[in-house]
Design a protein around this ligand. Sequence first.
Ligand SMILES: [Mn+2]
Length: 262
Amino acid sequence: MDPERRRLWAVGDVQGFLAPFQRVLQEHDLVDDSGRWIAGGATLVVVGDLVDRGPDGVGVIDSLMRLQQAAAERGGRVVVLIGNHDIQLLAARNFGDAFTTAWLEAGGVPHDLDALSDAHATWLRDLPAVVVDRDVLFMHADAMFYLEFGATVAEVNAEFRRVLEADDPVAWKRLLARFEEHRAFVEPDGEANLEEYLQTFGVRQVVHGHTPVPRMLRVPPETVTAAYVYCGGRCVNVDPGIYLGGPGFAYLVAEPPPTIAR
Ligand SMILES: [Mn+2]
């Protein structure tokens, strides 16, 4: 099947809530009851912040590592982006001290730090920060700083990689501080900011997490059952605010055109 015709899904900030994450994947027939990939050649993009706040961040990492493998074996693809909470967990592991304190304050779960193996840490470190699939740019944060890191997916990811592979706590701290930015695509500057991303990366849409939809819309978290599509359909927030009580959801970014009957 033409890769352009396969389904493309996005899931936002899971934050250690493994059970709702798996339920959402099951609801959309991406995995079966045992968590096995059944979506064939589909692509799932998970936009980062896998850990912190929820009870089982390392469980989420494990399930994604397995799912990537299983999807690839069946012609599908699971792409996972790195979010600030994922970087904070790595920073606590690598540097301890003030990084651990900051991570705990941000909802770090001590069990995750204990359970994080070298293999988990390497997998997390190597995650891309941005990806483009079918003219859609996926990134964790609704923030402008990615543009300062480069004008292509490869450049932005290389800049993240440069920091995360270096033993330089100042550079890590500087990178983490960038994520304090939120709501870049909300008025008054939202449209113009979004346009910069669309132009630079040559895409038609941006999909992000990082700012919970219930916070952005000021609505009760339990009522948020779908992505928030804004800026005339060119921007999508997929952070369900699962740690605030949101049930979680998956967003269908692109689906195959209907088959034409002869
Ligand atoms: Mn975030």
